[in-house]
Design a protein around this ligand. Structure first.
Ligand code: BGC
Length: 525
């Protein structure tokens, strides 16, 4: 039901429904032909002998999930409630058919089933998130839930025993409700509280976990959770709260990174970053200065908002700050900048990412915004409109135009703009809606194409890509879309208590991709 609203950037699917429908049919046919060129639909349907597509030996082949989306067990074994528990239970209207993550894949009980899937894919890495309120029911380290600790210790130990390296996200949208009750991410105190939680996790799991993500997609928490109010905690304060939330998330991240740097790096030797989501964006009309400027703003208000402080200046992109100032003046807004400033007395932001963690799903062509002069809001500050090119197939959720080469362009942009960092693609995926299709040839084609684009970014553009994590290992609770949208490499039957997991054809395809490239690198080293 919230399709098209879920990503704040999607405003305008071009009104060429007929053309789109035709293109979608062509696309389906193309994938059908492509998938059926394979003699065996089984575990190895990759067709390339192109040695230029080789990956480095230690390339991370991963899949990702997050705690609230898969674990279930929302109130068992002393877990405290999170804002998503509250949002689903009390704001049920906002989630597809009033669904919730109360049980979802039940990974809290069925972790070993997930491990079986991970092993079946041949992953080298698995990205999971910790439920803060499962570990610390009130969000603070004074009360540690030993059962939660035991669960994550088992998960991490089982992964390592299976030769799979964990990448652990400390926060993936699910703030302990107890902290929300004290103001949540809008409160300046949250940065220090997040830092204590992060230290607790580094101390407890850091002997075994070497790849850390502090926060997943602060843009989504800020915009969808505090501007649009369509994600937990459902705050709707346009043009105000999102900037404050983003700011406090960055402050919390910086403190956690500095804690790791000072207290743990020497003995644990891991790396810490922040996962930033971004569309690829290019001007609708490349010859138009207005569209070019709008594209710059579009990227500044998503990728730049969180990447600039970490990688470029320690502050927000200048164009973001100036756009907000201009709009504030127009509106006669008197109370100082709506975009907060970082204090010199706090740990600095610049340099607080050991790698670039990038979540990429889709692309947009951008033109100057048409919306809302006189309206206080992020969209009006940004003044840029993202449009889906009619030649791009839109698959599953309506915001997800499938543009594999957008990833390559975005990777090149990250290399050029952020001083050639090591990059992990920490999420990327393709969704399915409607009747389940286990022989998901479109998604097979998608994974094949996107991996080729990653290979080109590595080999032809010289981007230092270290790994790729497919979203997602399992079908799961897709936030406001509930269970209506399936991103999994494994199908989960949510109608049965045992929640059986079954590989889609795309799961087998991805396993084949991994096995092929891993064996190539082994032969060539
Ligand atoms: C989030 C995931 C989500 C995926 C697909 C990302 O924004 O990190 O939790 O399921 O997109 O919507």
């Amino acid at each position: 039901m919230l399709h098209g609203q879920c990503r704040g950037q999607i405003d305008h699917v071009a009104p060429l429904t007929l053309t789109l429908a035709c293109l979608t049919i062509q696309y389906l046919f193309f994938f059908y032909m492509k998938a059926n060129r394979t003699n065996s639909p089984e575990w190895n349907c990759i067709h390339t002998n192109d040695s230029a597509t080789m990956f480095p030996t230690n390339f991370a082949w991963g899949a990702a999930t997050s705690a609230y989306q898969i674990e279930g067990g929302w109130d068992v074994d002393d877990k405290g409630p999170s804002i998503w528990d509250t949002f689903c239970h009390e704001g049920g209207r906002l989630v597809f058919e009033g669904q919730s993550g109360d049980v979802t894949c039940n990974s809290y009980e069925l972790w070993e089933e997930d491990l079986r899937c991970i092993r079946q894919l041949g992953l080298t890495h698995y990205r999971l998130s910790l439920s803060w309120s499962r570990l610390l029911p009130e969000g603070i380290t004074q009360h540690v839930n030993q059962k939660g600790l035991r669960y994550y210790n088992k998960v991490i130990n089982d992964l390592l025993a299976s030769d799979v390296l964990p990448m652990v996200t400390l926060y993936h949208f699910d703030l302990p409700q107890a902290l929300q009750d004290q103001g949540g991410w809008k409160s300046p105190e949250i940065a220090a509280i997040f830092d204590s939680y992060a230290r607790f996790c580094f101390e407890t799991f850091g002997d075994r976990v070497k790849l850390w993500i502090t926060l997943n997609e602060p843009y989504v928490c800020a915009k969808l959770g505090h501007e649009d109010g369509i994600f937990a905690p459902g705050v709707k304060e346009p043009g105000m709260a999102a900037y404050l939330v983003g700011h406090n998330m960055l402050r919390g991240h910086a403190r956690a990174w500095h804690s790791y740097n000072v207290l743990y790096r020497a003995k644990q030797g891991g790396s810490v970053s922040l996962a930033i989501n971004s569309d690829w964006a290019e001007p609708l009309d490349p010859a138009s200065p207005d569209d070019t400027a709008a594209t710059e703003r579009y990227l500044a208000f998503t990728l730049g908002w969180f990447a600039w402080p970490l990688f470029v200046t320690g502050d927000y992109p200048e164009v973001m700050r100036s756009s907000i100032e201009v709009r504030s003046k127009e509106l006669g807004y008197q109370e100082g900048s709506r975009l907060p400033r970082f204090s010199k007395d706090e740990p600095s932001l610049l340099g607080t990412a050991d790698f670039f963690a990038l979540n990429y799903y889709t692309s947009r062509r951008v033109k100057q915004g048409e919306c809302c002069p006189g309206v206080l809001g992020l969209k009006s500050d940004q003044d840029a409109e993202g449009v889906v090119d009619p030649s791009w197939p839109v698959c599953g959720v309506s915001w997800l135009a499938v543009v594999p080469d957008g990833l390559r362009k975005l990777l090149k942009y990250v290399k050029d703009t952020f001083n050639n960092p090591a990059v992990y693609i920490t999420e990327n995926g393709f969704s399915q809606v409607g009747p389940v299709d286990m022989e998901d040839v479109q998604r097979c084609g998608f994974y094949h194409d996107i991996i080729q684009e990653v290979a080109r970014a590595l080999r032809e553009d010289g981007v230092d890509v270290r790994g790729y994590f497919a979203w997602s290992l399992l079908d799961n609770f897709e936030w406001a879309d509930g269970f209506s949208v399936r991103f999994g490499l494994f199908h989960v039957d949510f109608s049965r208590p045992e929640r059986p997991r079954t590989a889609y054809r795309s799961g087998r395809e991805y396993a084949g991709i991994i096995s092929k490239y891993r064996s190539q690198t082994m032969v060539n080293t």
